[in-house]
Design a protein around this ligand. Structure first.
Ligand code: UDP
Ligand code: MG
Length: 312
């Protein structure tokens, strides 16, 4: 029988955590009883630098049950780093990552394990519907998946970070040393046999989202710019297009040279200067974004630092 580790990233989740712990503990017990996993399986809560009582709750649980493991990061490193800290710093046969608010149905883990028993190395949790999300979140999220596909980034539609990965896949994941981490796009790059389980996404049990619009946009842009060079290519295409238009314009001026006086044409000149300055600045900005990415990668700073660990 295999050892399962459920990794739960937590950032200021004091409101929802007691309920989540109860539900996941119950699930783990049932799975051990059904002999789907062995009894050394654990739930690992990673406190991503919370400023509320999240760590106190985790610590208390760890002391009352050996099945709970706690990792406290030295500060807030972000959702993706918290997930990684839980997985890379452990030794299990199967890893499942799930958000602390249980918006992703934990019961699906049973189905994931059954698929893993049949030889799947990765099982993606895919949302059937997003009726519980606000209209805005639904539309922007859908736009994001479509845009990623358009830009040639291979991600699973409607899959976030609820997935099962085998020990083998997590070991391969260690070979991706990137700092701009976007697991959703990295995991499909690993390959191996994979499958999906489908579920309905429910509203948050308690508390508020830790992903406000600003963070979501930054996350989306990180996903795009870390995995697609299409924006840079678009700049080049735009350059060609504008050069072509410019050439046509020069031709027009040349042909009309004798018809009009030399002074006229001020408006068109100014228009052209403004439009092209804008285009140039945007293009430089996009190139700058990619250079900034290289800057971050080159420094190779650690993705997370661990302050404390309990029950490992
Ligand atoms: N989270 C984290 N670090 C952060 C932000 C979020 O570990 O800096 C965790 C959070 O506690 C939750 C998960 O990431 O378990 C997803 O966050 P949330 O549910 O707020 O995002 P949403 O579902 O609204 O996109
Ligand atoms: Mg959530």
């Amino acid at each position: 029988m295999k050892r399962l580790l459920i990794v739960v990233p937590c950032y200021n989740e004091e409101e929802v955590l007691p309920d989540t712990i109860k539900k996941l503990k119950n699930l783990l017990k049932r799975m051990i009883k059904q002999q789907l996993i062995n009894d050394s399986s654990q739930i690992c809560f990673v406190d991503d630098g919370s400023i509320d009582n999240t760590w106190t709750i985790i610590e208390k649980e760890c002391h009352s049950s050996k099945q709970i493991e706690g990792i406290k990061l030295s500060r807030n490193f972000g959702h993706q780093s918290a997930i990684l800290a839980g997985m890379l710093d452990n030794n299990a046969d199967w890893y499942v990552t799930i958000d602390a608010d249980l918006q992703d149905n934990p019961e699906c883990i049973i189905e994931m394990i059954k698929k893993a028993q049949n030889g799947c190395e990765i099982v993606y949790g895919v949302r059937k519907e997003r009726t519980s999300d606000s209209w805005f979140k639904r539309v922007t999220a859908q736009m994001f998946y479509k845009l990623m596909a358009l830009l040639g980034v291979n991600i699973i539609y409607n899959h976030a970070d609820f997935r099962l990965m085998s020990k083998r896949v997590v070991n391969e994941l260690k070979k991706f040393p990137e700092r701009n981490l976007f697991l959703r796009a990295v995991v499909p790059l690993i390959g191996f046999k994979s499958d999906k389980v489908f579920y309905d996404r429910t509203p948050r049990l308690a508390g508020t989202t830790k992903y406000p619009l600003k963070k979501m946009l930054a996350f989306a842009w990180n996903g795009i710019s870390s995995f697609s060079i299409v924006p840079l290519r678009m700049v080049t295409c735009l350059g060609f297009l504008i050069s072509f238009i410019g050439a046509l314009f020069v031709l027009k001026i040349f042909l009309n040279y004798n018809e009009h006086g030399a002074v006229s044409g001020w408006a068109s000149t100014v228009t052209l200067i403004t439009v092209f300055s804008g285009v140039q600045l945007i293009s430089l900005g996009i190139i700058g974004e990619y250079i900034a990415k290289i800057f971050v990668e080159v420094k190779q700073r650690p993705l997370y630092l661990i302050e404390k660990e309990i029950n490992k």
